[in-house]
Design a protein around this ligand. Structure first.
Ligand SMILES: Cc1cc2nc3c(=O)[nH]c(=O)nc-3n(C[C@H](O)[C@H](O)[C@H](O)COP(=O)(O)OP(=O)(O)OC[C@H]3O[C@@H](n4cnc5c(N)ncnc54)[C@H](O)[C@@H]3O)c2cc1C
Length: 623
């Protein structure tokens, strides 16, 4: 029996007989055979679970299948947790339709997935079945991102699974047999959560300096936005600023060529995996999502992570943690001070900040491309609330960073809608180009070749350190004594594209950017640890900056160098038995020495020369 099919029994009074009611819970992401469905864990903190997604870009995907053992003969009432993902923009039935099959036969209520404005249990019907094995299949009907969280089977006609979030979580945990405290999987010197460029660098740097490191990532591939799942290329410069060897490490695992939204091989997932698995002191936990922390005396004692397919939970203990999740999730769970949105101009006297503070953040991108083929290809009509015209449509064959959604939405709480809108506009625009554009000839032989379902995030929480890096520090070149890795990317802030606003006011999905060029500027060490969670480092886009400065530090060669510095600082914490702040106060000269040496291999090929941005020449005198 599949490990994540769960069974519970209770007793119900029916007439005068005492009947045993059977309940079974099947997590969709635990299906033994996924067929063409993919596991999507991005929203488990907001809707409660990873789920299966039929991401066929308009072509139905192959069935997902699993078996389970029915404990008794009887009539089973079946519920499927799903919803119509286009409902925020369209009133009618949605495109994400699918059927549930039991032993190859459709259940009576079909199709599923077309209705409901939020995640809910839809009745799939009832089946009479004998005790023993049954086969469940999810049969996609459209290829348009139908989704299934879980399936519930019960012999009790009155037993409807709960909708309310807390009750649902409690029931899910009970049915999955999860304990309040997850079993301890290991004790380490440092636990790094998130394995984008920052997390990989932090783990490798610490490991090369002698620490035993756990690296936890909630996807099967490494690299975060730079993975083949999202396909953002790395930018920024290594070898700039006071410590020229910082960043050499990335020559060993970063892709050797650039390009956004290119074929998967550009992103060299295997190279990153080989790099990490060849570090003997790193223990890698792929497919684990960190979602709880245990704290005492202002410090994190352990993090708990859940496997995105099996549901298994585990706990990792360490004296030091590093938050490289991008979202600052570990810090948030531990009660670390954080900010989200734009500061007012008056707060840090930033010329690029708005007059009033607001909740605006850089958006997220679903990147995509189409491919040319020998013969014409069909694409279903797709009109679910976004209507394009000859004037408003995007006459393009691919979309990269300028396709950006969710700037005014909280991407830690409503990210599914942000991602879904990103997909909706791509499909709707493509449908217009294929079916309605008067001069659509150029699109007849083009097919959607790739549309990401993991959305690339740019900005959400920024965890606050002992220092908050602001625009003036960088543009007036006010150096701090604890400068570390140098940022070099311009202050690159995004705004809705005015042409897009003309046609879709308030619902923009395209952006423009405005840059302020900078001299390479060493990021203060105090931005790399939490000001109120004593043993928490951070590296990546969630470090301690203002919104404006975040526009510069966020590129991946820079985030990688931050990780490298954190790994070095962690090694000094271990050596001296101290916490991150003490490195600034008492041991900074030792950190300087390590930064001068770097941890990269001296003979590594010089392969990070692409996408190097313009930098202002000749930094002014120290101010
Ligand atoms: C469309 C787009 C274009 C961009 N263009 C560029 C560019 O040209 N060049 C450039 O360098 N940068 C670019 N950026 C910015 C850059 O990609 C991000 O700022 C950068 O990826 C942030 O790095 P990170 O390591 O903090 O986060 P990420 O790259 O997002 O990595 C975070 C990792 O942590 C994992 N994770 C998250 N939460 C958890 C959890 N709870 N438990 C376990 N694991 C978790 C994720 O799966 C991921 O692997 C772009 C971003 C986007 C979206």
């Amino acid at each position: 029996m599949n490990r994540r099919v769960f069974l519970a029994a209770s007793f119900a009074i029916a007439s005068t007989l005492l009947l045993r009611a059977e309940h079974l819970w099947v997590e969709a992401e635990a299906f033994a055979e996924k067929g063409g469905w993919v596991v999507d864990q991005q929203f488990m903190d907001e809707m409660g679970s990873p789920y299966l997604l039929a991401h066929g870009m308009g072509e139905p995907v192959a069935d997902a299948e699993t078996t389970l053992q029915l404990p008794a003969k009887g009539t089973y009432y079946i519920y499927v947790r799903t919803f119509n993902w286009t409902s925020p923009w369209h009133d009618g039935a949605g495109p994400g339709k699918f059927c549930l099959l039991v032993n190859g036969k459709k259940t009576t209520r079909n199709p599923l997935g077309a209705n409901g404005k939020e995640w809910l249990w839809q009745e799939a019907g009832r089946v009479k079945a004998d005790k023993g094995e049954v086969r469940l299949s999810l049969h996609d009907l459209t290829g348009f991102d139908g989704r299934v969280d879980a399936i519930y089977l019960t012999t009790d006609a009155a037993d409807v699974p709960p909708q309310e979030a807390n009750a649902l979580t409690a029931m899910r945990r009970r049915m999955l047999g999860l304990q309040d405290e997850a079993p301890l999987k290991g004790k380490f010197d440092l636990v790094v959560c998130g394995a984008g460029t920052a997390g990989i660098s932090a783990a490798a740097s610490a490991a090369r300096l002698g620490l035993n490191v756990a690296l936890v990532n909630d996807r099967p591939v490494l690299g975060g936005n730079n993975s083949s799942e999202i396909r953002v290329h790395t930018s920024g410069r290594i070898g700039v600023g006071p410590y020229k060897k910082l960043g050499d490490l990335q020559k060993e695992f970063n892709p050797r060529r650039g390009g956004n939204a290119k074929p998967a091989e550009y992103y060299e997932d295997q190279r990153k995996l080989d790099f990490v698995t060849h570090e003997p002191r790193i223990t890698l936990f792929l497919n684990y999502h960190v979602n709880r922390v245990d704290k005492a005396d202002g410090k994190i004692r352990s993090v708990t992570a859940q496997h995105i397919e099996t549901g298994e939970e585990m706990r990792l203990e360490a004296p030091l943690f590093c938050d490289c999740t991008g979202d600052g999730t570990v810090g948030y769970l531990a009660g670390a001070d954080y900010r989200m949105g734009r500061e007012a101009k008056s707060e840090f006297h930033e010329s690029r900040a708005p007059d009033e503070a607001d909740s605006y953040t850089l958006g997220a991108s679903v990147m995509w491309y189409s491919v040319e083929e020998d013969k014409p290809s069909a694409f279903p009509e797709f009109e679910y609330g976004m209507r394009f015209t000859d004037a408003s449509c995007e006459r393009v064959k691919m979309g990269e960073w300028t396709w950006e959604t969710g700037m005014t939405t909280d991407k830690t709480r409503h990210f599914e809608r942000v991602r879904d809108y990103g997909m909706l506009v791509i499909y709707a625009n493509w449908s217009y180009l294929k079916h309605h554009m008067p001069d659509s000839l150029g699109y007849r032989t083009r097919r959607l070749g790739w549309v990401a379902y993991i959305s690339g995030k740019r900005e959400s929480r920024r965890l606050m350190g002992d220092y908050i890096l602001k625009q003036d520090d960088v543009t007036r070149y006010v150096l701090h004594e604890d400068g570390t890795a140098a940022m070099s990317w311009p202050m690159d802030l995004h705004y809705p594209d005015p042409r897009n606003t003309e046609y879709f006011p308030g619902q923009e999905f395209k952006t423009i950017n405005k840059n302020t060029n900078i001299h390479p500027y060493p990021i203060p060490y105090r931005c790399l640890y939490s000001r109120n969670v004593d043993n928490l480092f951070m590296a990546g886009r969630c470090i301690s900056t203002t919104h404006v400065t975040h526009g510069s530090i966020r590129v991946m060669r820079t985030t990688g160098m931050m990780g490298e510095v954190v790994g070095m600082a962690a090694s000094l914490c271990k050596l001296h038995g101290v916490l991150p702040r003490a490195i600034y106060r008492s041991y900074f000269p030792e950190l300087k020495q390590l930064m001068e040496q770097g941890v990269g291999k001296p003979d590594a090929e010089d392969n990070q020369k692409y996408n190097e941005n313009y930098i202002l020449p000749n930094p002014p005198e120290l101010k």
